[in-house]
Write a protein that binds this ligand. Structure first.
Ligand SMILES: C[S@@+](CC[C@H](N)C(=O)[O-])C[C@H]1O[C@@H](n2cnc3c(N)ncnc32)[C@H](O)[C@@H]1O
Length: 441
C-alpha cells in the first residue's frame, strides 16, 4: 500500500524499532469482525475476539438473516474495545455524542439491556438517519436518536449524563486498510486540524457529564496529537482525571512521551495492527471531578391519547399481542412510540427516534411500525408465521405470501429460523407485504 507522503517518516521517528512491523501491517488484509446481539440471545461459533464480550471474527453479509433480523452488528475488532471500556450499567443515563453509523451505540445498548436512557447523537443529518435505522434493526428501545452539534446539546443538557462516549471524528489512520480513500485526506498537518475539533467536542461533552461521571474518548487514529495530547489537554484544563483501563493481552499502553510526559497517560490504551488482529484504535477513560447525581432537567411527559386514538391502538394491540405493551408513550405528529424513562425535553433539537416506534395513526386504524419486528420477542405476538428460505427472499423483494389457514385480518410477525424480521398483514389466506420499501432488496 502506498502511504501518504510524510506518514512513514512520522511513524519511523515515533516508533523506532517497532516502525517496520507497523508499516508492514498496512500490506496485510483488514480484519473483519462482528458482535452478536444479546438482546436477541444471538450466539456465534466464529472465533471470539478476546477483548469483546459479544465479539467474533468474520464478515457479516448485508443480505443475511443475521443482519436483517438485527442478530449481529458488523464492527471492526479493535473498535469493539471502546464499548468494553465504556460498559454502561443498566439504568444509567448515557450519551454517545458522535454516534453514526451506530457501532458503539448498539454496543452500549447491549450492556444497558434496554434499561436507563441512551442518547445516540450525530451531527450529520444523513448519517443520523443511518444511525436511526441501525438502532431500529438492533432493536434498542431505551434510545433517543438526535441530530445536533455538541454545543447545542450541551446548552440543553447540563450535567445530564452518568457516562459519555466521544468516538471522535479523527484523521482515520486506522481506516487506511479498510478504506484506502481515507488516505486522500491525510496530510502531515491533518491530525493537528482534527485535534482542534476534538478539543471543542470534549469541552462541550464535559458540560453534559455529572460530577464523578465517566467520559470515554476514542479515535481510530494513531496520531498522538489526537490521542495522548488530547487527554493531556483535557486533564490539565477540564477537571478530568485518567481512570486506568484493564488491558487484555495484545493491547498496549498509551505513550506519555508523545504528550506532556504525565505517567497517567500510560493508563490509556492503544490497539496496534502489528500487535493484534484489528485495524487500530486509541481509548481513554476519564472521570469528572466531584460526586453527584445526574441533573434530570425538564422531562417529556407521557402522552394522553384521545378517545379515538385509544380505541384504535387498543384494537391493534388486542389483535396483535398476547398482552398489552403497557409502556409510557409519546406522540410525535401521528407517530406513536414508547417513551424511555427520563427522556429529557429537548426543545430545538432534531429528534429522529424515541424508544420503540409503535406505529402511526391513520384514519380509523393504527398502522404498526416495522421496528416492532426486530425489537420484540416472537413470544409476544399472537400469530407468528415461520417462512422458508425462498419466502424469506421473496418477502424482502416485496411479494405477498400464501397462508390459507390465516383468514382473520391481523398483523402477524414473520420469522425465519426463529428470528423475527418483518411484520405482515394477514387477510383472507394471504400475507400482504408490509416490508418497508426502503429496505427491500
Ligand atoms: C468515528 S465516527 C463515529 C463512529 C461511530 N461511533 C460508530 O461506532 O459507528 C465520528 C462521527 O463524528 C461526527 N462528527 C463530525 N464532526 C463532528 C463535530 N464537530 N461534533 C460532533 N460529531 C462530529 C461524524 O459525522 C461521524 O459520524
Amino acid at each position: 500500500m502506498t502511504l501518504p507522503e510524510g506518514f512513514e517518516e512520522k511513524y519511523r521517528k515515533l516508533l523506532g524499532s517497532d516502525a517496520a512491523a507497523f508499516l508492514a501491517s498496512f500490506d496485510q488484509p483488514a480484519a473483519a469482525g462482528f458482535r452478536v446481539n444479546p438482546l436477541h440471545h444471538a450466539t456465534s461459533q466464529a472465533p471470539a475476539i478476546p477483548w469483546s464480550q459479544w465479539g467474533h471474527y468474520g464478515k457479516v453479509v448485508g443480505t443475511s438473516l443475521a443482519h436483517i433480523a438485527g442478530n449481529v452488528y458488523s464492527q471492526e475488532p479493535s473498535a469493539q474495545f471502546v464499548g468494553t471500556v465504556a460498559a454502561p450499567r443498566p439504568g444509567e443515563r448515557v450519551l454517545d455524542l458522535c454516534a453514526a453509523p451506530g457501532g458503539k451505540s448498539t454496543h452500549l445498548g447491549s450492556f444497558m439491556q434496554q434499561q436507563g436512557l441512551l442518547v445516540a447523537n450525530e451531527i450529520n443529518a444523513g448519517r443520523a438517519r443511518v444511525l436511526s435505522s441501525n438502532i431500529e434493526r438492533f432493536g434498542l428501545t431505551n434510545t433517543l436518536v438526535t441530530n445536533s452539534d455538541p454545543a447545542h446539546l450541551a446548552a440543553r443538557l447540563p450535567e445530564a449524563f452518568d457516562r459519555i462516549l466521544i468516538d471522535a471524528p479523527c484523521s482515520g489512520e486506522g481506516m487506511f486498510r479498510k478504506d484506502p480513500d481515507a488516505m486522500s485526506y491525510w496530510t502531515p498537518d491533518y491530525p493537528v486540524k482534527c485535534a482542534e475539533r476534538q478539543r471543542e467536542i470534549v469541552a462541550e461533552a464535559v458540560k453534559m457529564l455529572r460530577p464523578g461521571g465517566i467520559l470515554v474518548y476514542s479515535t481510530c487514529t494513531f496520531a498522538p496529537e489526537e490521542d495522548e495530547q488530547i487527554i493531556a489537554w483535557a486533564t490539565a484544563n477540564l477537571g478530568l482525571s485518567v481512570v486506568p483501563i484493564d488491558k487484555p493481552a495484545g493491547i498496549a499502553d498509551g505513550r506519555p512521551e508523545w504528550a506532556n510526559g504525565d505517567p497517567m497517560l500510560k493508563e490509556t490504551a492503544r490497539l496496534w495492527p502489528q500487535r493484534l488482529d484489528g485495524e487500530g484504535h486509541f481509548v481513554a477513560k476519564l472521570q469528572k471531578a466531584g460526586a453527584g447525581k445526574v441533573a434530570m432537567g425538564p422531562l417529556v411527559e407521557p402522552v394522553r391519547l384521545n378517545r379515538t386514538q385509544q380505541q384504535d391502538f387498543a384494537a391493534f394491540e388486542k389483535a396483535t399481542f398476547k398482552q398489552p405493551l403497557n409502556l409510557p408513550k409519546t406522540l410525535n405528529r401521528d407517530t406513536l412510540a414508547t417513551l424511555p424513562v427520563g427522556t429529557p425535553a429537548l426543545a430545538g433539537i432534531h429528534l429522529l427516534r424515541t424508544g420503540l416506534t409503535l406505529g402511526t395513526f391513520k384514519k380509523g386504524r393504527f398502522e404498526p411500525a416495522h421496528a416492532l419486528a426486530t425489537a420484540l420477542s416472537p413470544a409476544m405476538f399472537q400469530t407468528v408465521v415461520s417462512v422458508s428460505a425462498d419466502e424469506f427472499t421473496r418477502y424482502r423483494h416485496g411479494e405477498t405470501l400464501s397462508r390459507p389457514a390465516l383468514t382473520k385480518k391481523q398483523t402477524v410477525l414473520l420469522t425465519y429460523e426463529g428470528s423475527g424480521f418483518a411484520l405482515g398483514k394477514a387477510v383472507g389466506g394471504t400475507i400482504k407485504n408490509a416490508y418497508p420499501k426502503g429496505l427491500r432488496i
